[in-house]
Design a protein around this ligand. Structure first.
Ligand SMILES: *Cc1c(COP(=O)(O)O)cnc(C)c1O
Length: 346
């Protein structure tokens, strides 16, 4: 039996390229992508556009750059952007919207990260000269900081429908859109159709070493292309990376269901101890847990578990996060739960 340790539940970004993925990358046909001549990057972009049901897509180095390109390409400096207060774009992208696109971010309190159509409709400003024009809203699906929560399709449709007459652009931070599609049991395009632009990551649960993409109308992608260059994201023989992303797209999407099942099993095992509470339901591959009563602190629990070969992150003094992914096999779930429970006591 292969050694399952360390069991790394810190993030789905820790996955390493598989042998088959590395082979696809090594054998990739390449060209100069700044000239638009990289056949593998072009193939990836066409495939992403097809899967997301958009006219065109663009390969970019990271999810952060993807989001920032989308914001910059669809707004003007001085515009206001609406988003959930726990959004990745607001919390984990270094304040880039202010620096790179001159945007004012206005946060709203979401329901586990999800905004409601009414809430957005009430928050849109504009018209008078003393008001900032609200021109874009971002929705994060699945929601990272809120524990992998999935937007309801009906709500997304309502958001898109109230946005249109207000000339409000809908951008989806879909770093884990793949997980949302698996959780809802629908094609990605059924979700992305309620957006004007979407960013997706290949380097999270899909297991590619590098890369994200943005998708939307042909006209939008043309503008996005300029901002990718301007932000320093134009690359040359990028097909080597695109091949990893393409391999991930074709081979690792359906298996995300395994990660979701593993997260549910891990949840059940941990809930056998009443000193652990978990934000329910666990819809995808992220578990947010809270320690209650007589236990060690979350940072102490993390330190003790790390010594036993189970890695994860604390979220403050009493909360911690567990993420399942491609490199956490089924047989690692029970040992991980046992080690966490064993280390709870002070
Ligand atoms: C990971 C992530 C991103 C982008 O991250 P990069 O590390 O820049 O690739 C964006 N949004 C969400 C919700 C994410 O989880």
């Amino acid at each position: 039996m292969s050694n399952i340790f360390p069991i790394d539940l810190r993030s789905d970004t820790v996955t390493k390229p598989t042998v088959a993925m590395r082979k696809a990358m090594a054998n990739a046909e390449v060209g100069d992508d700044v000239f638009g001549e990289d056949p593998t990057a072009n193939r990836l972009q066409e495939r992403v556009a097809e899967i997301l049901g958009k006219e065109a897509a663009l390969f970019v180095p990271s999810g952060t750059m993807g989001n920032q390109i989308c914001l910059a390409a669809q707004t003007r400096p001085g515009d206001e952007v609406l988003l959930d207060e726990n959004a990745h774009i607001f919390n984990y992208e270094g304040g880039a919207p202010a620096l790179l696109a001159g945007l004012q971010l206005r946060t709203l309190p979401g329901d586990r990260g999800r905004l409601k159509a009414d809430q957005i409709a009430n928050a849109v400003r504009g018209g008078a000269s003393h008001l900032p024009p609200t021109t874009l809203v971002t929705v994060e699906n699945t929601h990272n900081r809120a524990g992998g929560s999935v937007y309801d399709l009906g709500e997304l449709q309502r958001i898109y429908e109230i946005a249109q007459p207000k000339h409000l652009i809908v951008h989806m931070d879909g770093a884990r859109l793949w997980n949302a599609a698996v959780a809802l049991g629908c094609p990605e395009a059924n979700i992305a159709r309620f957006t004007d632009s979407v960013s997706v990551c290949f380097s999270k649960g899909l297991g590619a070493p590098v890369g994200s993409a943005v998708a939307g109308s042909r006209d939008f992608i043309k503008r996005a292309h300029r901002f990718r260059k301007l932000f320093g994201g134009g690359a040359r023989q990028v097909g080597i990376l695109a091949a990893g992303a393409l391999h991930a797209l074709e081979n690792h999407r359906a298996r995300l269901a395994d990660d979701h099942a593993h997260a549910r099993i891990l949840t059940e095992l941990l809930l056998q101890n009443n000193r652990i509470q978990i934000d329910l339901p666990v819809e995808t591959n992220i578990i947010m847990a809270t320690l209650t009563g007589e236990t060690v602190s979350a940072p102490e629990l993390v330190t003790h578990c790390a010594r036993d070969g189970v890695l994860f992150f604390p979220e403050g003094q009493h909360r911690f996060r567990l993420v399942t992914h491609l490199d956490v096999p089924a047989e690692a779930i029970e040992p991980a739960a046992k080690i966490i429970l064993k280390n709870l006591a002070q």
